[in-house]
Design a protein around this ligand. Structure first.
Ligand SMILES: Nc1nc2c(ncn2[C@@H]2O[C@H](COP(=O)(O)OP(=O)(O)OP(=O)(O)O)[C@@H](O)[C@H]2O)c(=O)[nH]1
Ligand SMILES: [Mg+2]
Length: 462
């Protein structure tokens, strides 16, 4: 039996709540087969454990008193060749909540325990089926809403990121082993210091870590999307733009300035990139209390925005109010959007001389949809998402980023110690520290607290 299993056998409904063609219940642990044989009756009457592993069986599920609960398909996997590495039975029943609940209760009465959130994946980790970064990728894959985020999670699940981290750890191990060898023979100290390739190797490892850290921004955008805020003065067409991008009437649009009172956030998939798009209250001064509160919220969103769509309207040109708002936006990454080019006077396309030539405005009419595709393209370009596709796996999680930063810091200390010719024991200590931080990413080193943090995000049945 795989380690960490014991007799503790867990079960859960693994498909989402609601009605579906099928619903799957998972059972995993040392007693999975024994428990399954209690309530699952194959058509031939033979018990599951009499069949070879990885076989599929039609049969009936019965409660403890022999009442039939459903006709199901049962699959069993003998550990360690299963998702969790333990004996696993998966029951595909009819996907109704009552059916699934009754089967789950029957399993619990037969001695299984309801699984905790993420417990199947946690067991897979504890039993060495996957590492910690891969376990996190399971969640990312399930949550992925766009093609780019799915692709990134899938790569991480397949171990691409983990391989990079392990390779680095091995490199450090070699350096550390070398240093430690000299610690054991202190009389040879000088030889270590006189080897320039030591420093070279340390620098090389640091550079690789920096390169990984550089990918974090890209990785975070791939996983969590870009916060893109539409801002401008009242009535320029911000809510209309939100609706057009979403292709549904989400926000209220009227010809009265000050229609939108509260910021409204939605999600968009633009070319595989997840865009968290926010419609905001038009910014103007001296308005009544509710609108003023709305403007305050606009400002809060602006502070967080990764990209601002700064909207003007063509017939009005650039007004003093626009310029005032621009002062709040110019420090951000922004796209100048000039709306209403369908209106008389709009075709002249507002004079944008006050903005720098690089501003490259996108002219559009939300009403006729002209220019809308150009805007989407520009959003992708500006978020630099196009090049994301071609590049490899990136650091997507704060947890990984922090561990890499600590690793780099430990390497810096090791190098400093080296240059100052500190006792080799200190350098060996820093190198171990650097390795441990990398080990935390893939879970070669972990604490219960760390596992709690990682698996807290999961839901039951995963
Ligand atoms: N002609 C024309 N009218 C537009 C266009 N886009 C929006 N409008 C109109 O402009 C008016 C204001 O549009 P909204 O989308 O509510 O403007 P807003 O920027 O959200 O306004 P506030 O919420 O008050 O800040 C409405 O009457 C829209 O129908 C456009 O491209 N062309
Ligand atoms: Mg509005």
């Amino acid at each position: 039996m795989a380690k960490g299993t014991g007799e503790d056998t867990v079960c859960a409904i693994s498909t989402p709540v609601g009605e579906g063609g099928i619903g799957v219940i998972r059972l995993s642990g040392g007693r999975a087969l024994e428990i399954a044989d209690h309530f699952f009756q194959t058509r031939s009457g033979r018990r599951l454990r009499e069949f070879p592993s990885h076989t599929v069986h039609f049969g009936l599920v019965k409660d403890g008193r022999g009442k039939v609960l459903d006709e199901v398909i049962g699959v069993f996997y003998r550990g360690p060749k299963s998702y969790t590495g333990e004996d696993v039975v998966e029951i595909s029943a009819h996907g109704g909540m009552k059916v699934l609940q009754e089967i789950l209760q029957a399993l619990i009465r037969a001695g299984a325990r309801q699984a905790e959130p993420g417990e199947f994946t946690k067991r897979a980790f504890l039993n060495g089926r996957i590492d910690l970064a891969q376990a996190e990728a399971v969640m990312d894959l399930i949550r992925a809403k766009t093609e780019l985020s799915r692709e990134q999670a899938c790569r991480q699940l397949q171990g691409e990121f983990s391989r990079q981290v392990r390779k680095l750890r091995e490199d450090l191990l070699k350096i550390a082993a070398h240093v430690e060898a000299y610690v054991d023979f202190p009389e040879d100290d000088l030889e270590v210091y006189s080897q320039p390739e030591f420093l070279e190797k340390l620098n090389g490892a640091s550079a690789k870590i920096s390169a990984m850290l550089d990918s974090y921004e890209r990785g975070a955008v791939l996983k969590d999307g870009v916060l893109c805020v539409i801002a401008g003065r009242p009535n320029v067409g911000k809510s209309s733009l939100l609706n057009a991008l979403l292709d549904r009437d989400r926000a209220i649009v009227t010809d009265l300035p000050g229609t939108t009172r509260d910021a409204l956030e939605e999600q968009l998939d633009i070319g595989g990139l997840l865009v968290r798009i926010v419609d905001t209250a038009g910014i103007r001064q001296g308005t009544e209390a509710v609108e003023a509160l709305g403007v305050e919220r606009t400002r809060r969103y602006l502070a967080e925005a990764q990209l601002v769509l700064f909207m003007l309207e063509a017939p009005a040109g650039v007004t003093a109010e626009d310029l005032q708002i621009f002062e709040e936006i110019r420090k951000k990454k922004y796209i100048l959007v000039v709306n209403k080019i369908d209106l008389p006077g709009g075709e002249d396309r507002a004079d944008l001389g006050v903005f720098s030539p690089e501003a490259r405005p996108v002219y559009l009419s939300v009403r006729t949809k002209e220019g809308l595709k150009d805007l989407e393209k520009r959003i992708l370009e500006t978020a630099a998402a196009e090049r994301f596709q071609s590049e490899g796996v990136a650091v997507t999680r704060v947890r990984h980023k922090q561990a890499l930063e600590k690793c780099r810091e430990a390497l810096r200390k090791a190098r400093e110690g080296f240059e100052k010719r500190l006792s080799l024991e200190f350098i060996a200590f820093d190198l171990r520290e650097a390795m441990d931080r990398l080990g935390e990413i893939v879970g070669e080193i972990y604490t219960e607290d760390l596992l709690d943090v990682v698996f807290r995000e999961f839901c039951i049945g995963k």
